[in-house]
Design a protein. Structure first.
Length: 209
């Protein structure tokens, strides 16, 4: 059983994916962290971020189990990840690794930008989790402030819109819902409500299997 969850930044797909994986006892992979892990390995080794061959070679060595979200969420790692994520050979190396992860037993939950369209188009359950840019910016703002750090809502809002434009407009694996994906708009939905909606879809797929 493969559950593919896609959607833009701060839509709630990460929280939902982890909740689903825990509920069903499935393995979980935040595919965005695989790009960040590759970027961190390049930074730690003092390697260039503009050499596609080197970046792809490093991408092929990333261990997907136990990626540390807290460490990899650092801003400089995110900036570096955005530079290598547009490289086709890096994407191919990581997609291969993500596909290998997806067939783990008893099942997997993968979340990202192109799971249902590129990584696992055969997944029996595909969710596209979204929310308005304003809501997503507010969530990110609240998260930062909740950690005791200063935040500028307008800057975050502009960053959310910029990321959407970049993710949806790229030539290689743009962010978009798979044709058979179920849309979950969490703009006015609690995580509990989103989880219940997702669980109904997953249970229906499991009953068919």
């Amino acid at each position: 059983m493969i559950i593919a969850i896609d959607g833009p930044a701060a839509a709630g797909k990460g929280t939902l994916s982890r909740r689903i994986a825990e509920a069903y006892g499935f393995h979980h992979l935040d595919t965005g962290l695989t790009y960040r892990a590759t970027a961190r390995a390049l930074l730690d080794a003092g390697l260039p971020l503009d050499d596609e061959g080197i970046a792809a070679k490093i991408a092929g060595t990333v261990e997907l189990a136990g990626l540390d979200r807290d460490i990899l969420s650092a801003h400089e790692i995110g900036e570096a990840a955005s530079k290598i994520a547009v490289m086709p050979s890096v994407r191919r190396a990581l997609v291969d690794a993500q596909r290998a992860f997806s067939i783990r037993e008893p099942g997997t939950v993968l979340d990202g930008r192109d799971i249902g369209t590129v990584v696992c188009p055969q997944a029996p359950v595909k969710l596209y989790v979204t929310a308005s840019p304003e809501v997503r910016a507010k969530r990110r703002f609240d998260e930062i402030v909740g950690k005791g750090r200063a935040a500028d809502f307008e800057a975050i809002f502009e960053d959310v819109k910029r990321r959407d434009e970049r993710d949806m407009g790229r030539a290689d694996s743009p962010l978009k819902p798979a044709e058979d994906a179920h849309l979950l708009d969490t703009s006015e939905m609690s995580i509990e409500a989103a989880f219940r909606a997702a669980k109904d879809l997953i249970d229906a797929a499991l009953n068919k299997a």
